[in-house]
Design a protein around this ligand. Structure first.
Ligand code: NAP
Length: 242
């Protein structure tokens, strides 16, 4: 069995990625932090694809929680090397900088950027030993271009892009690739309050994207086919300038 971990796999883009990796024959660890029922639904969909997995609750921004769950799982299952890590868990708390609270800044940096660090640090060790691995970070158009009202989110995603490029150079010799996928506007709970009608004229393809369209790009970068691609950011945004 081949193992994959998807953070924030309970809903939206993360769920679509879990299903795609199940189709590729992976046993999928589905991380979530609050919505257990949604995580269970993802697991059901994984099983419908003929694969298997398990749900794993931890808050990616909480180092002790990550070590206490994922770290313990890794210790207990030394033979189960995770060969695909998708850092997908993310939140946004939009606010103009002048009114942004400490909490809005710290929590968005903590989940989107801190989460990358807390989880990847644990998983990369097994990949280094196995001399194979795929890390795919789900970033955003905001991290490439910057979007007003999202200084926190743009900073966090730009931070992950920098880390993607740096880590790619650290681990390339060991057969590990590290890439990022940058979605534009995708129909999920995260964009629920954004009216597609108002924004779609900005998008050359004149529509929001789907989670499945993002998952296809992630799956390619996570596959053996993408063996000579590393340190890259692949935009999935319907042609929005980035
Ligand atoms: P979503 O529908 O809101 O789902 C967010 C997922 O992240 C859920 O599975 C949630 O788990 C999980 N999560 C949130 N905070 C977490 C934490 N502290 N620890 C562990 N898991 C956590 O969002 P989405 O639209 O699918 O977004 C997925 C990724 O794509 C994010 O990184 C987001 O920034 C990025 N993105 C999205 C868009 C878009 O237009 N939707 C555009 C660009 C980038 P629970 O179910 O347990 O809450």
């Amino acid at each position: 069995m081949k193992y994959a971990l998807v953070t924030g796999g309970s809903r939206g883009i993360g769920r679509a990625i879990c299903i795609k990796l199940a189709e590729m024959g992976y046993y999928v660890l589905v991380n979530y932090t609050s919505k257990e029922e949604e995580a269970e639904n993802t697991l059901k969909l994984i099983r419908e694809k003929g694969s298997d997995g398990e749900i794993m609750k931890f808050n990616v921004s909480d180092q002790a929680e990550v070590e206490g769950t994922l770290g313990v799982w890794l210790e207990k299952n030394p033979e189960k090397v995770i060969e695909i890590l998708v850092n997908n868990a993310g939140i946004r708390k939009d606010q103009l900088l002048m009114w942004m609270s400490n909490e809005e800044w710290n929590s968005v940096l903590g989940v989107n950027l801190g989460g990358f660090f807390n989880v990847t640090r644990l998983i990369i060790k097994g990949m280094l030993v196995k001399k194979y691995g795929r890390v795919v970070n789900v970033v955003s158009l905001s991290g490439l271009k910057g979007l007003p009202g999202q200084t926190n989110y743009s900073a966090a995603k730009a931070g992950v892009i920098g880390a993607t490029k740096a880590l790619a150079q650290e681990v390339g010799r060991r057969g590990i690739t590290v890439n990022a996928v940058a979605p534009g506007f995708i129909k999920t709970d995260m964009t629920e309050g954004i009216n597609e009608k108002d924004f779609k004229q900005l998008i050359p393809m004149n529509r929001f994207g789907t989670s499945e369209e993002v998952a296809e790009a992630v799956a390619f970068l996570a596959s053996e086919k993408a063996s000579y691609i590393t340190g890259q950011v692949l935009s999935v945004n319907g042609g929005l300038y980035s």
